[in-house]
Design a protein around this ligand. Structure first.
Ligand SMILES: NC(=O)C1=CN([C@@H]2O[C@H](COP(=O)(O)OP(=O)(O)OC[C@H]3O[C@@H](n4cnc5c(N)ncnc54)[C@H](O)[C@@H]3O)[C@@H](O)[C@H]2O)C=CC1
Ligand SMILES: O=C([O-])CC(=O)C(=O)O
Length: 330
């Protein structure tokens, strides 16, 4: 057994966390040899519900769960944490876009950025799931000047997984046959799920599928609108699949992407692929030992260029909005 890892999770009494916490505690994030200390943040009115969740965690008698602490104070929860999963934020309802949540949620990430800056462990790795995830991560990053910017990320692995399944079903293969999937841009309706650099059974995925109309009129909108379709069907937003993706995103970041494959992760742009430096945008990323690198050298044709630019334009607008609101300094 190695030293226990301190994992902070916000929004711990919410829907996503009702799946996420149990999977972390059972070892699915850090593996079978690492104990976990859970640090759970909620707003004061939700602490009672969170106590109930903690009772249930106790009742699982997870061998790897070393301790659980709860609080409504971010400074306490983030003290010494190695991993922070920022899930706590209001979800959208029917007919809303995720960016409509900036007003309600943006502020949360100024305070949490500052608290992480002042209290997290030196090796902290931070993932934002709460929407609008890219711009919330940008806000947290700007409010944590002492934390290296590469420690901040936002979740697009859920979109990546959605794209894997749509492609696998179309090609009548199982999901592990689909590799090198990329989600570019924003976790929003403008995101660009890219089949042109993906592979199916080691061959170019777009060529294997051989149906440009399906890619444009079916695949891309289905993946990009999947969150809304789930809200329409379930009456509330995806929870178990979001928890699954949050685990997978962080596990891959800590343990590394498999040889010959990559993941999608929204990280601070260094200007790669013409994405303005400083935006938190989704890229194809390889990871190793807790570090990530944007995959370089992919050729971007006119179709992909237009899609990436449209999503990045939206991210730029969101950044301008939060700058105007004073949530980040321009
Ligand atoms: N990036 C992604 O792929 C996905 C993101 N989401 C987003 O994740 C967020 C959470 O979704 P759910 O768990 O379904 O929502 P939920 O409403 O069930 O839970 C959110 C929880 O966050 C708590 N919370 C609110 N403000 C907080 C604060 N300042 N500090 C700590 N906790 C706070 C609330 O009390 C609530 O318990 C939403 O913004 C949703 O849109 C959901 C699915 C996928
Ligand atoms: O659509 C939503 O609001 C929740 C979410 O981000 C997703 O399911 O991708």
């Amino acid at each position: 057994m190695t030293t226990p890892v301190k994992v902070a999770v916000t929004g711990a009494a919410g829907q996503i966390c009702y799946s996420l916490l149990f999977r972390i505690a059972s070892g699915q994030l850090l593996g079978p040899d690492t104990k976990v200390q859970l640090r759970l943040l909620e707003i004061t009115p939700a602490l009672k519900a969170l106590e109930g969740v903690v009772m249930e965690l106790d009742d699982c008698a997870f061998p790897l769960l070393d301790s659980v602490e709860i609080s409504d104070d971010a400074n306490t929860v983030f003290d010494g944490v190695n991993v922070a999963m920022l899930v706590g934020a209001r979800p959208r309802g029917k007919g809303m876009e995720r960016s409509d949540l900036l007003e309600a949620n943006g502020q949360i990430f100024t305070g949490q950025g500052k608290a992480l800056n002042d209290h997290a462990a030196d090796d902290v790795r931070i993932t934002v799931t709460g929407n609008p995830a890219n711009t919330n991560a940008l806000i947290a990053m700007h409010n944590a000047p002492d934390i290296p910017t590469e420690r901040f990320s936002a979740l697009t692995r859920l979109d990546h997984n959605r794209a894997l399944t749509q492609a696998a079903q179309k090609a009548s293969v199982s999901t592990p046959e689909v590799t090198k999937m990329t989600i570019w841009g924003n976790h929003s309706a403008t995101q660009y799920p890219d089949l042109f650099h993906a592979e199916i059974g080691g061959r170019n995925a777009a060529e294997v599928i051989g149906d440009q109309a399906w890619i444009e009129n079916d695949f891309i909108p289905t993946v990009a609108q999947r969150g809304a379709a789930i809200i329409e069907a379930r009456g509330s937003s995806s929870a178990a699949s979001a928890a699954n993706a949050t685990i997978e995103h962080t596990r891959l970041w800590l343990q590394g992407t498999p040889e010959g494959d990559w993941t999608s992760m929204a990280v601070r742009s260094d200007g790669s692929y013409g994405v303005p430096e400083g935006l938190i945008s989704s890229f194809p990323v390889t990871t190793k030992d807790g570090d990530w690198e944007i995959v370089q050298g992919l050729e971007i044709d006119e179709f992909s260029r237009g899609r990436i630019d449209a999503s990045v334009a939206e991210l730029t607008e969101e950044r301008d909005t939060v700058t105007e609101k004073g949530l980040i300094q321009g």
